[in-house]
Design a protein around this ligand. Structure first.
Ligand code: AMP
Length: 128
C-alpha cells in the first residue's frame, strides 16, 4: 500500500479534485499559488487547510521540487489567511503531516491552520 507523502502524485486525491472544482469546498482564499478552505472535520474552532496549486505530494516534495515563486507565494498565502481570519493577535498553530509517521492521509501537500482557542502544547502520542 502506498505511503501518503511519498512517491508519485495521485491526480485522484481529494484535494486535486477540489482544485479542479470536481468536489466543493468552503473556500476562504485563493490566489495564483494557493487555495485555503475549511477542513471538513474541524479539530479546533477554526481549522483551515492551505494547499499549493501545484502537484506536490507532501512537505518534503514541495520543499525539494517547488519553485521559488511557488514556495514564497504559498508561505505568504498562509500568512495572509491567518491575518484575514483575525488570528495574528490571539495566535494560531500551523501543522503539516508528512508520510506514515506524520499521519498524512491526503497525498497533496497541505498546511493545517488551527485557531480560535488555546490549543495546548504541541503533540501527544496515541495511547497504547
Ligand atoms: P492529513 O491527515 O494531514 O492528510 O489531513 C487531511 C485533512 O483533510 C483532514 O483533516 C480531513 O478532515 C481533511 N479533508 C478530507 N477531505 C476533505 C474535504 N473534502 N474537504 C475538506 N477537508 C477535507
Amino acid at each position: 500500500m502506498p505511503v501518503p507523502g511519498v512517491g508519485d502524485y495521485d491526480d485522484q486525491n481529494v484535494f486535486a479534485k477540489i482544485l479542479r472544482g470536481e468536489i466543493p469546498c468552503r473556500r476562504i482564499y485563493e490566489d495564483l499559488h494557493a487555495l485555503a478552505f475549511h477542513d471538513i472535520a474541524p479539530q479546533a474552532p477554526l481549522h483551515v487547510l492551505v494547499i499549493p496549486k501545484g502537484r506536490y505530494v507532501s512537505f518534503a516534495d514541495f520543499a525539494a521540487k517547488g519553485g521559488e515563486d511557488e514556495i514564497a507565494g504559498f508561505v505568504r498565502a498562509v500568512g495572509h489567511v491567518a491575518s484575514q481570519l483575525g488570528l495574528d493577535a490571539p495566535g494560531y498553530r500551523l501543522l503539516s503531516n508528512m508520510g506514515r509517521d506524520g499521519g498524512q492521509e491526503v497525498p497533496h501537500f497541505h498546511v493545517h491552520l488551527f485557531g480560535g482557542a488555546m490549543l495546548g502544547r504541541m503533540v501527544s502520542l496515541p495511547s497504547a
